[in-house]
Design a protein around this ligand. Sequence first.
Ligand SMILES: C[S@@+](CC[C@H](N)C(=O)[O-])C[C@H]1O[C@@H](n2cnc3c(N)ncnc32)[C@H](O)[C@@H]1O
Length: 271
Amino acid sequence: MRSMNKKYVHGYDPRENIRLQDQASTLVELLHSDTSYPAGSQVLEAGCGTGAQTITLARNSPDAHITSIDISESSVAVAKKRIEGAGFTNVSFQQGDIFNLPFEPVTFDHIFVCFVLEHLAQPLEALNSLKNLLKVGGTITVIEGDHGSTYFYPDNDAAHRAIQCQIELQKRTGGNANIGRELYPLLSAADFSSINVSPRMVYVDASKPQLVEGFTKNTFTAMIEGLRESSIEAGLIDEKTFDEGIKGLYRTTGPDGVFCYTFFKATAIKQ
Ligand SMILES: C[S@@+](CC[C@H](N)C(=O)[O-])C[C@H]1O[C@@H](n2cnc3c(N)ncnc32)[C@H](O)[C@@H]1O
């Protein structure tokens, strides 16, 4: 498969599905508050996964028609069930590859892509493919994280090393866990105009218990912890250091702990 990495770094198991839901529900306000599409507009959500963002898109743009696609047939099936189960009727689902989607050029008014480019070996080609599907004057919204933006208190070397394993594993599958900082150059290279990148920082301390649970523990630390076996198997780290690192990440959720991470949200127009 040209477009998909050799192995999607997070995999498709149910625990990852729950993690994506936790991530999405914790970050709804931060990432979605300024995205809503007008009545009657055709919106493509590329790489919808199990529908963690789709549900917010559908809720915030009730009169737009959203087409959500993903390369994983089973993820699309879960997403469809979730959205239909929640009573939304403004989304249609389809299995498809961003690099080879079965839509006519200039079909969509808006495109939304969240946490997908980081997994692709050719993010620029992906943006170019998506641009072909966009009408002139249409918008693209891209949201990505950047693991280089992670810092915390108390600081912990082993935790940084465990995070570095994820960055390295993702790199080995052709992805880029530090892609957030590249959204502006990528959208420029794809010749989009009016590019606006807005950093969205998640700052977590004990005064924000929902973020301690939903973000530091269940989103970020769960993601790193999920790569324990593959990191050790790949010889990137030994068991002791990895486990110390995870302990260090949990330690940041203590009464005096602090955890910071920055997402990048870009919008741009096809000229
Ligand atoms: C981290 S998940 C993000 C899912 C969802 N956007 C979210 O924020 O929860 C990345 C998704 O991109 C999908 N994906 C990877 N390569 C793709 C491709 N070439 N075409 C379509 N989807 C792709 C994966 O199957 C996976 O569901």
